[in-house]
Write a protein that binds this ligand. Structure first.
Ligand code: GDP
Length: 444
């Protein structure tokens, strides 16, 4: 079972002792286990292939964070890639269309379509104050329409009156008409399923789509579905065209592989997950949780995340101390610039730092942008040790020499010095208040 991935990976993780960057061999060894694990989690083979390919590309040569093992680094990369592949968080049901908005629920029999229809109706009614009409188009299963009617009563949502002898297409048409007349904001069409995908089912779905022009077509799929998930999602998407996925029975012991497969082959977002038989067992989808579930290695991932957070914590502590003593020389500035470019430049860093508006202004005033990191670093590295420690000694002749050495000019050097003074003053002020460590933590 899946729990053993950690054990199996354990020996490999421990075996990887290289430091610095991940080698091809490290990555291959770890990926063999990851591949097996994904297959065991019911991720479809084609998805596993493309997935491991992507991970390999990212992992080989990747820098290994201080204080973690290379194998753990691989797992983190795998995890992040899983999250990416599972897609964006919180893609809500799109109701942005003229009323009545039609939501068509499709899927195999027993996947949870009827239950999910009622859950969605309840949710949109209670949370968004929508007037919903539900209609069961399942004329095949004798009790299906009655089942939806009862659920409607339970969640206090109207259902279309049952008329014997109508075809699914008739009912769809009637539902849309009734919603228009009744002033409903939306119609949820609960279509009939089959035990497997077949041609008549696809034709029926296409016909219903034609007469009801649904704004959302949600494929309801059981998360316990294994390898069939891909065919299922592909067929429905190709033949009917889906706008999103709802995965049911996420409260069961499904391992989430189906989620990854279906998302990967259709590229359609997972909009909601079913987490129980009760009417409130419906939740938003969080890719990270599914990724954790697929990998089953939450502890390693948080360890690596922590390591990333504490990256060069010692350096940060030393810096905080320096700031408190009011010293922030150009060596320190160079360290900061390096750290910043590592972290995705100004935008990335400023985005991560609450309350950094002042510093941003300082930098903007000094004309510092991403492209300038490199030039600023070049200027600093063209200085002597004494100049870096004591920028006050930088007079005209020294600046001229530095400008020549760094391929810049005196104006640019002055800008850098001005920025440094601004930062030093501010850090001194913050350091004095004992907030320096906090600031530096924000920057890491
Ligand atoms: P349909 O044939 O696709 O309409 O499926 P139903 O809505 O009738 O659901 C089949 C069974 O699955 C019912 O017993 C539901 O209570 C159950 N079910 C649906 N969604 C979930 C879920 O998210 N979790 C659990 N545990 N059971 C569910």
């Amino acid at each position: 079972m899946f729990e053993s991935l950690q054990e199996r990976l354990g020996s490999i993780l421990n075996g990887l002792t290289g430091r610095g960057a991940l080698s091809e061999a490290d990555v291959s060894a770890a990926l063999r286990e990851v591949r097996r694990a994904l297959l065991e989690a019911d991720v479809a083979l084609e998805v596993v292939r493309s997935f491991t390919g992507k991970v390999r590309e990212k992992a080989v040569g990747a820098a290994v964070l201080k204080s973690i093992k290379p194998g753990q680094m691989v797992v983190k990369i795998v995890h992040d890639e899983l999250v990416e592949m599972l897609g964006a968080e919180g893609v809500a049901i799109d109701l942005n269309a003229p009323a009545p908005v039609v939501i068509m629920m499709v899927g195999l029999q027993g996947s949870g379509k009827t239950t999910t229809s009622a859950k969605i109706a309840k949710r949109l009614n209670e949370r968004q104050n929508k007037k919903v009409l539900m209609a069961s188009l399942d004329t095949r299963r004798p009790a299906a329409q009655e089942q939806l009617r009862q659920l409607g009563e339970q969640v206090k949502v109207a259902t279309l009156p049952i008329v014997e002898g109508q075809t699914p297409v008739d009912i769809a048409r009637r539902a849309v008409q009734a919603a228009k007349l009744g002033g409903h904001d939306l119609v949820i069409l609960d279509t009939a399923g089959r035990t497997h995908i077949d041609e008549p089912l696809m034709v029926e779905m296409a016909d219903i789509k034609k007469v009801s022009s649904p704004h959302e077509i949600l494929l309801v799929a059981d998360s316990l579905t294994g390898q069939d998930a891909v065919n299922l999602a592909k067929s429905f998407d190709e033949r009917v065209g889906i706008t999103g996925l709802v995965l049911t029975r996420m409260d069961g012991d499904g391992r989430g592989g189906a989620a990854l497969s279906m998302r990967a082959v259709t590229g359609k977002p997972i909009k909601l997950i079913g987490t129980g038989e009760k009417m409130d067992g419906l939740e938003e989808f969080h890719p990270k949780r599914i990724a954790d579930r697929i990998l089953g290695m939450g502890d390693i991932i948080s360890l690596v995340e922590k390591a990333a957070e504490n990256i060069d914590a010692e350096q940060a502590a030393a810096m905080a101390k320096k700031m408190q003593s009011g010293k922030f020389d150009l060596n320190d500035l160079a360290g900061q610039l390096q750290q910043m470019s590592k972290m995705g430049g100004m935008g990335g860093i400023m985005g991560m730092m609450p309350g950094m508006g002042k510093m941003k202004d300082q930098m903007a005033a000094a004309g510092l942008d991403d492209k300038m990191f490199g030039r600023q670093l070049a200027i600093i590295s063209s200085m002597t040790k004494a100049e870096r420690a004591n920028p006050e000694i930088l007079k005209h002749s020294r600046k001229k020499r530095i400008a020549a050495g760094s391929g810049t000019d005196a104006a640019e050097i002055n800008k850098l010095l001005k920025m440094h003074r601004g930062m030093a003053d501010m850090m001194k002020a913050m350091g004095g208040k004992g907030k320096g460590g906090g600031l530096m933590r924000g920057m890491m």
